[in-house]
Design a protein around this ligand. Structure first.
Ligand code: HEM
Length: 472
């Protein structure tokens, strides 16, 4: 009876599809939940609700609804839901999944400052350019033969955040670090699986000896222990108030707030936030570049146009800071990849930090809110033929880059992506240097799949590609 009562929608709550007893609408999320949600919004409206095993959840669809909530009511929609899975993994602490309050304010401020101090400007530009060279040399070793670029891209991209967090890069044969990233990224996939939703609805499943949620816990434990060790190693020889990287800066905060009983800086939150920064920075940018490589091999004419622009602007030299504005076509292609591929299709789950009223609906404090970012990028009000790969939609008649309003791959509002600027710079540099040196093509007879592998992020299914050295 408790279960049935839990499933009843609160008064004034947005409508939605009829739920099954006990499990509600969980089964509908088994295949492509973002597509299912967009379709449901055609029936129930841009703001509708689902019952995820007794957890009443509001789904926001389309640019207008998402902007109305996340932007115009930024604080109200800035919380994260206290789901059993998150409680178990990070006790609602850390940075990315922490509650909206003192914990978020302290960790967000520290991370933003560290990204500014260690991760922007000319120095970061040089660091990324240097990593690009390691990356290109590693690709060169395949001598134009087919290879799966996933690991190389992951290693190269993760090294950019590694500079900020640890003050150094890891070599591409560091198997311990790679293993940690691999199981962490497996968890990003598992966190959106039916098992995770079931566990959130029925936390007693923890005691079932089988199920994918157990794998998730084991992985999280292993990642935690690895990070604990590595953080210890990198904080050796620390000099107080003279931080070399994020870990040093964090430990300064711990020391400074030692007498403050309400501080949220702690050993646990250091580990959680380091893990979140690593995975948020790596998984997303890596997937974006893997999609970009796939699309370039699939559309050789577009690849050729990209290369023409690169050759014309750079004339054989490495890209410089100012070159980004001079390469509108590259910018358009990268924007179109972010729009079409929807790296984070449902954003990161939000919650209301107080009772909310939107479009005559009332949403109680603490309600889970899912932002369907995919539906923004496929919103017919703003995009024509949204399912077609067409970089020119980001160019005007004179070939100049034009921004689009309904473009939110990094989300908006208080909890929007903290790494947006860094991610954009990384994508630009990796993409231009890669296509400057290589022509990308699929092995003869290989037809890649465009249907994504599902998870909290969307990634291409594994593919092989040939990188042939270009003559310039
Ligand atoms: C949050 C996308 C790269 C760090 C997010 C969110 C999205 C997103 C959709 C959810 C925001 C929300 O709750 O509405 C992306 C994409 C990336 C990318 C598409 C690359 C193409 C990065 C990088 C970093 C990063 C490079 C840093 C190393 C974070 C953090 C949050 C976040 C810390 C949580 C912010 C908070 O809760 O306050 N990102 N991201 N992301 N991202 Fe990114």
């Amino acid at each position: 009876i408790r279960q049935l009562l839990k499933q009843r929608r609160p008064r004034g709550f947005p409508p939605g599809p009829t739920p099954l007893p006990i499990i509600g609408n969980i089964l509908s999320l088994a295949t492509e939940p973002h597509v299912y949600m967009k379709r449901q919004s055609d029936i129930h409206g841009q703001i509708f609700s689902l019952d995820l095993g007794g957890i009443s959840t509001v789904i926001l669809n389309g640019y207008d609804a998402i902007k109305e909530c996340l932007y115009y009511q930024s604080e109200v929609f800035a919380d994260r839901p206290s789901l059993p899975l998150f409680q178990k993994m990070t006790k609602m602490g850390g940075l990315l999944n922490c509650k909206y309050g003192r914990g978020w304010i302290e960790h967000h401020k520290l991370a933003v400052n560290c990204f500014r101090y260690f991760g922007s400007g000319q120095r970061m530009f040089e660091r990324i350019s240097e990593e690009c060279l390691f990356f290109l040399d590693a690709i060169e070793k395949h001598k134009g033969k087919p290879f799966n670029p996933k690991h190389l891209v992951t290693n190269a991209v993760s090294n950019i955040t590694n500079h900020i967090i640890f003050g150094q890069r890891f070599t591409y044969d560091d198997s311990d670090f790679q293993h940690m990233i691999e199981i962490f990224s497996e968890n990003v996939e598992l966190a959106a699986s039916g098992w995770a939703f079931m566990y959130n609805a029925f936390p007693w499943m923890e005691y079932l000896p089988f199920g994918k949620h157990q794998k998730l816990f084991r992985n999280a434990n292993e990642v935690y222990n690895f990070l604990l060790q590595i953080i210890k190693r990198f904080s050796q020889e620390r000099v107080t108030q003279s931080p070399r990287h994020y870990i040093d800066a964090y430990l300064d905060e711990v020391e400074q707030s030692a007498t403050d009983t309400a501080t949220t800086f702690s050993q646990d939150n250091l580990i959680f936030s380091v893990g979140e920064l690593i995975i948020a920075g790596t998984e997303t940018t890596t997937n974006c570049l893997r999609w970009a490589m796939l699309y370039m091999a699939l559309y050789p004419r577009i690849q050729e146009k990209v290369q023409r622009e690169i050759d014309c602007v750079l004339n054989g030299r490495l890209p410089a800071f100012e070159d980004r504005q001079r390469m509108p076509y590259v910018e358009a292609v990268l924007h179109e990849i972010l729009r079409l591929c929807n790296i984070v299709p449902l954003g990161i789950f939000r919650a209301t930090s107080q009772d909310a009223v939107v479009r005559d609906y009332t949403i109680p404090k603490g309600t889970m809110v899912i932002t369907n970012l995919y539906s923004v990028h496929f919103d017919e009000k703003y995009w024509s033929d949204p399912s077609i790969f067409f970089p020119e939609r980001f160019l005007d008649n004179n070939g100049r880059f034009v921004r689009h309003e309904a473009f939110l791959p990094f989300s908006i509002g208080k909890r929007h992506c903290l790494g947006e600027q860094l991610a954009r710079l990384e994508m630009f540099l990796f993409f231009t240097t890669l296509l400057q040196r290589f022509h990308l093509q699929f092995p003869v007879g290989f037809i890649p799949s465009l249907s994504p592998k599902l998870g909290m992020t969307l990634q291409p299914r594994p593919y092989s590609i040939c990188a042939i050295r270009r003559q310039q």
